[in-house]
Design a protein around this ligand. Structure first.
Ligand code: SF4
Length: 402
């Protein structure tokens, strides 16, 4: 077996030792060849199709994340997120290279301006692990270079010229793969723009390489508040003691930590798994923020779930967990259409007098509307009642006039 030097070293270490608390070591010992996975699973062989996938969409995994996998098959939820699968080559025609049309919404290279008050800065294309479901598969792991000083200056110029932008999201790749010094340069430059009110860091580091969250990094972040962190746990097995420590450090440094999970077939598309994940997150004080429906990205068809499944899961979670633990389920529309929240339908009928609602147990309850309509609403009262009025005999006229 032709193993790389790194793989041979890992072979000589225990799984616990793969979690070494040194992010530079983790980065430099990432496995980037599928053959190297035979370190862990000597019986396993990547198929030629998997090798072809890894040529198209790069493969890399930290020893730490590898230690969370039981096996590299598509049946293991962690393996499914980290190991190329042959199905990544089967693209349905509805999938896009750049589903959110980020490139068309980039007035300056690397700056995505889709909503009036927010921009995303793409700091690099480097990540500790290349997640198979990544929205930016088009460039992560391929164009890994960090933004140049000149590019950062262009971004700052754009921000100064666009005071409507209040919220700057640092993303990539993973911005926390940059050195503290480089990251601080970006943070200082961006926060010096008077109209910028908050900075968010979008990072999967607490999940893929949590040892990167050092006390030194947190001290630096705490000098640039308000800094929010948005991370990306998808499965309860990812909430390890060291991942917990990373989140605690960020919280202690004053960075609120929110989680954006992605609904992935075979990973977390079951209410029990998501409930478990959300409970874990609440215990470590990470707020469940979004549950994303998979974007329409080329190479991820096998990971997509129907929206109807997402609605079923949200419906099941509603009775089991308190509202604080329930993320908002959203679809990010293709071609830059923006995020749309999706809820199970709890409103059965509305009329001027009452709204009929269904609760999580399926009980149907009427909510009587106020007897007056405040003038300020300027809402024309509908002349005919809705279904609820019909049922309550309040307005027996037919809904559809003869
Ligand atoms: S860490 Fe984020 S940007 Fe990097 S591959 Fe994973 S999902 Fe994509």
């Amino acid at each position: 077996m032709n193993l790389s030097k790194r793989a041979r070293l890992l072979q000589s270490l225990t799984r616990e030792e793969w979690q070494r608390d040194d992010w530079h070591w983790q980065m430099s010992h990432r496995l980037t060849s599928l053959q190297d996975l035979r370190v862990l699973w000597p019986e396993w062989r990547p198929s030629p199709e998997q090798e072809a996938v890894a040529q198209r969409y790069p493969f890399a995994v930290t020893p730490y994340y590898l230690s969370l996998m039981q096996n590299p098959s598509a049946l293991d939820p962690i393996g499914r997120m980290g190991i190329p699968q042959a199905s990544e080559l089967q693209d349905a025609p509805v999938l896009f290279r750049d589903p959110l049309a980020e490139e068309t919404h980039s007035p300056v290279p690397g700056l995505v301006h889709r909503y009036p008050d927010r921009v995303v800065l793409l700091l690099n294309g480097l990540c500790p692990v290349y997640c198979r479901h990544c929205t930016r598969k088009r460039f992560v792991g391929i164009d890994v270079a960090a933004a140049s000083r000149q590019q950062i200056e262009q971004w700052v110029e754009y921000l100064r010229a666009t005071p409507a932008v209040k919220d700057v999201i640092l993303s990539g790749g993973d911005p926390l793969t940059l050195s503290d010094a480089r990251l601080e340069e970006v943070l200082s430059a961006v926060s010096a723009v008077e109209s910028v009110e908050i900075v968010r860091i979008g990072t999967r580091i607490p999940v893929l390489m949590p040892m990167r969250v050092t006390t030194k990094l947190c001290e630096m972040l705490s000098k640039h508040h308000p800094v929010w962190v948005v991370t990306h746990f998808n499965h309860p097995a990812e909430v390890t003691p060291i991942a917990t420590r990373a989140c605690q450090r960020l919280l202690q440094a004053g960075c609120p930590v929110n989680n954006q999970a992605v609904l992935l077939r075979g990973v977390n598309d079951h209410p029990d798994i998501l409930e478990d994940l959300l409970r874990h997150l609440m215990r470590i004080r990470v707020r469940p923020y979004y549950l994303h429906q998979c974007d329409l990205i080329q190479g991820i068809e096998h990971l997509r779930t129907p929206i109807s499944r997402g609605i079923e899961i949200m419906e099941a979670l509603r009775g089991r967990l308190g509202g604080l633990a329930i993320p908002q389920y959203v679809v990010d529309l293709p071609q830059g259409g923006g995020k749309v929240p999706i809820l199970p339908n709890y409103i059965l009928s509305m009329s001027p007098t009452q709204t009929i609602l269904r609760n999580f147990e399926g009980r149907i309850v009427a909510y009587p509307e106020p007897t007056y309509i405040p003038d300020s609403y300027e809402r024309p009262r509908r002349p005919r009642g809705g279904l609820s009025d019909q049922l309550a005999n309040l307005n027996p006229e037919p809904l559809i006039p003869k």
